[in-house]
Write a protein that binds this ligand. Structure first.
Ligand code: F6P
Length: 345
């Protein structure tokens, strides 16, 4: 069998572990593997490299993706579908593996519906994909957030300041929630739960009055106080899948910092963690998860399971329907936020 693989959307630590997992398992099964470059762009344009033991040697210890990534949406490109079909036919690809988040897998699902043989592998630091318990990249990212908060505690305490920390997560607040809980944030704000800046200020003032004269506020980039929304100045640009590009203008972190400074006497600073959250070497958890998903994807290809995705369910890696993964985003349930709130203030 000839297997194709591509990595699309925002990169995530663990992608190289998947590429290595797919390649080694495929070679051991007597198959060959071609990697398409820059996500769906490579499948449309036919740009590829062949993958062997040497190309993937030890790459699981590195972040990013050796296949490069882009947010290309083939359905926004003239004859995108036909061009992908042509690429796959010319290269005699029997099965294409698409490693990505909601957008990349949404395309994979559409292609499978068009009769192409496609298997999905879930990826996103945001952990917001349904049908899988965790996505690789998330663990590495929240460890980075935790370390950043750990460091911010000491400087915030020394200067008796409020530090507002903006964390990635446009539609789901998993990173702010888990990074914030692990890093001891005193307030956590998520896209799933609208907040009220006056309540945030009151909580901070109470904390200072009780003698704890510093605070960390962890805010997901998509969190909103409806009364403040007009101050948030994201670029008008959207990506190929129509998502607003957060982090390209004045984000919620800076707006909230300004409001706290205006409404209270508390000295306040803000930090945007930004793309460092996506970079660097994956944690052991993400390396192992990526490897297991890659191996499973080849087993699924051998079993002829098109339109399916390898997923983590409990401790098992299983095949699930791609439709289950791309239907709705997995957001933070209210009860989990309530648990985090027990530690606010
Ligand atoms: O990978 C998902 C994500 O990290 C979001 O949390 C974030 O808003 C977005 O990617 C940033 O994407 P870009 O790399 O296009 O700036």
């Amino acid at each position: 069998m000839h297997i194709g693989i591509l990595t699309g959307g925002g990169d995530a630590p663990g992608l190289n572990a998947v590429i290595r997992g797919v390649t080694i398992r495929a070679l051991k099964g007597g198959h060959r593997v071609t990697g398409f470059l820059r996500g769906w762009k490579g499948a449309v344009e036919g740009t590829s490299v062949s993958l062997d033991e040497e190309t993937v040697r030890d790459i699981h210890i590195e972040g990013g993706t050796i296949l490069l990534s882009s947010r290309t949406n083939p359905f926004n490109i003239e004859n995108g579908l036909e061009r992908i079909r042509e690429t796959l036919e010319n290269a005699s690809i029997d099965c294409l593996m698409a490693v990505g988040g909601e957008d990349t897998l949404g395309v994979a699902q559409k292609l499978a519906a068009e009769g192409l043989t496609v298997i999905g592998v879930p990826k996103t630091i945001d952990n917001d994909l349904s049908a899988t318990d965790y996505t690789f990249g998330f663990d590495t990212a929240i460890n980075l957030v935790m370390s950043a908060l750990d460091k911010l505690h000491t400087t915030a305490r020394s200067h008796e300041r409020v530090m507002v920390v903006e964390i990635m997560g446009r539609h789901a607040g998993w990173m702010a929630l888990h990074g914030g809980m692990a890093g001891g944030a005193h307030i956590i704000l998520l896209p799933e739960e609208e907040f009220d800046t006056d309540e945030v200020c009151a909580l901070l003032e109470k904390r200072y009055a009780e003698g704890h004269r510093y605070a960390i506020v962890a805010v997901a980039e998509g969190a909103t106080d409806p009364k403040l929304a007009r101050h948030i100045m994201h670029s008008a640009a959207t990506d190929a899948f129509g998502h607003v590009q957060l982090g390209t203008g004045i984000g919620v972190g800076e707006v909230l910092k300004n409001e706290i400074a205006d409404r209270t006497d508390l000295e306040t600073r803000h930090v945007v963690l930004g793309h460092v959250q996506r970079g660097g070497s994956p944690t052991a958890f993400d390396r192992v998860l990526g490897t297991r998903l890659g191996v499973k994807a080849v087993e699924m290809a051998e079993a002829g399971e098109s339109g399916m995705m390898a997923a983590l369910r409990g401790t098992e890696v299983v095949a699930v329907d791609l439709a289950e993964a791309v239907g709705t985003l997995k957001t933070v349930p209210h009860e989990q936020y309530e648990t985090a709130k027990l530690f606010f203030g």
